[in-house]
Design a protein around this ligand. Structure first.
Ligand SMILES: [Zn+2]
Ligand SMILES: [Zn+2]
Length: 302
């Protein structure tokens, strides 16, 4: 993939006289598509909601390893006053949402506190099991941070680290849960691994209310529309098209397509995003909603 990116970049550069370093930088930034100059990356689900007090994270996929490494780097380089409490909200217990935890360095540091929240009764047991022999050399009990597990309920609202948090049950094999985070009038929804069935067209569809006026909706759009209604129906994921439709109906300001299809390369993902943006124009050409496609280390301001 890297070789083909270099090839495409040099090919595109033929038309330019790039005599200074600055000209090269501008060319890269302005003339090369994202799929050539960067990469969407391959980490599994982990999102940080930046908060000034304690850390707020959604899911513990492989992205958690990168997050932990960034934290350790900042700590080593002498950053004072970094929070030492990590609140991790787990959508469900499939591997791709928990497998970063054994590699989360802050969990090995005494004095750190890690609260793992979720709706599945088996939450703690599954975290213990994934680190038991013969799957991993270090058992969960050997991690030196103070780690605790908290089971939540969907009919309750919680106040955690200054943020109001609530959840919704989603259609997915073994169930999954979406989260709503509210603070200072801003609303973020994390809704991954969620399939929407025929009831999604109902006027009073419960997710419309849950997504209502969100500043940011992080939405499971693993599939394109055809796959979601045909070959991959009942696999527990949703599509870019349904994401746009639900987001527009709910008055969402920014939509981030999430849980990228793992068989798509960077170029296919670029097309996927372009198609989704085109669909929004066809559906509602007055809409100001911004559409993003998640990639490793991407930050969205709300
Ligand atoms: Zn899943
Ligand atoms: Zn998943």
């Amino acid at each position: 993939m890297v070789e083909s990116k270099i090839f495409k970049a040099i090919q595109a550069a033929r038309a330019y006289s790039l005599e200074t370093d600055e000209a090269i930088k501008i060319f890269i930034r302005n003339e090369l598509p994202f799929s050539v100059r960067e990469s969407y990356g391959g980490n599994t689900a982990c999102v940080e909601i930046i908060n000034e007090k304690e850390y707020i994270l959604c899911d513990a996929g492989t992205g958690l390893r990168d997050f932990g490494n960034h934290y350790m780097k900042a700590k080593m380089s002498g950053h004072k006053n970094l929070p030492n409490v990590f609140n991790i909200f787990i959508s469900h217990l499939h591997w791709d949402h928990i497998q970063g935890f054994p590699f989360f360095t802050p969990a090995y540091i005494p004095g750190n506190r890690i609260n793992v929240y979720g709706f599945h009764e088996a939450l703690e047991q599954v975290f213990v099991n994934q680190q038991n022999a013969p799957c991993f050399p270090v058992p969960l009990q050997a991690m030196k941070a103070d780690i605790s597990f908290h089971i939540m309920e969907t009919d309750r609202k919680y106040d955690i680290a200054g943020i109001k948090v609530s959840g919704i049950k989603q259609h997915h094999p073994g169930d999954s849960y979406g989260y709503c985070f509210l603070k200072d009038g801003k609303k973020v929804i994390y809704s991954t691994d969620s399939e929407h069935k025929e009831t999604a067209i109902d006027e009073n569809y419960r997710f419309i209310d849950f997504f209502k006026n969100a500043d940011l909706l992080i939405f499971d759009a693993q599939y394109n529309f055809l796959d979601s209604v045909d070959a991959k129906e009942n696999w527990g994921h949703s599509s870019n098209i349904l994401g746009v439709e639900l987001a527009v109906r709910a008055g969402v300001k920014q939509l981030c397509l999430f849980h990228n299809e793992h068989t798509f390369d960077d170029e296919a993902l670029d097309h996927f995003l372009n198609d989704t943006q085109k669909y929004l124009k066809i559906m509602d050409d007055q809409s100001n909603m911004k559409i993003h496609l998640a990639y490793d280390d991407f930050t969205i301001e709300i």
